[in-house]
Design a protein around this ligand. Structure first.
Ligand SMILES: [Zn+2]
Length: 152
């Protein structure tokens, strides 16, 4: 574990995001195992949200599959590890509303929650399994929506 990983580990314990991730994993009866670089891998997550094969809370990477069903792709592990670092940079759980705001902006502009989401872009879109969607012309879309709503 590098000094940067140790700092991330310490910050995410201090800001309680790792504790929140471990509580979530325990609540969903995940199989939690130590992972690389101070991360925890929690297998068998069964919650309805988020709709993702894996997601991160603090230093905890929660995965829908169990170890017998497969492994975390190295690129996806790196992507989720970058989200863990983002938690540390955002002082923990404030990451979540910031992330959802960025996801909403991306959804509005591209129709996809990741393409313009600064957190997903910085974590690596391709590593996360995302395909970048083009920016949609917002002004033309709003004008079209307004024209459709005018009485005929
Ligand atoms: Zn991601």
């Amino acid at each position: 574990m590098t000094s940067a990983h140790r700092m991330r580990w310490l910050l995410n314990w201090m800001n309680l995001s790792t504790a929140a991730g471990l509580l979530l994993a325990k609540g969903k009866q995940c199989d939690v195992r130590p992972g690389p670089d101070g991360l925890f891998l929690a297998f068998g997550y069964t919650g309805a949200l988020p709709v993702a094969g894996a997601f991160t809370v603090g230093n905890v990477i929660l995965c829908r599959f169990v170890p017998d069903q497969g492994q975390l792709r190295p690129a996806l592990l790196a992507h989720e590890a970058r989200h863990s670092t983002q938690y540390a940079a955002c002082l923990g759980l404030p990451f979540l509303p910031l992330y959802f705001g960025a996801a909403a902006f991306s959804l509005l502009r591209t129709g996809d929650h990741a393409s313009l989401n600064i957190f997903e872009r910085r974590a690596g879109l391709a590593d996360g399994g995302y395909v970048e969607h083009p920016v949609r012309p917002l002004a033309a879309r709003l004008k079209a929506a307004l024209i459709r709503r005018e009485p005929s």
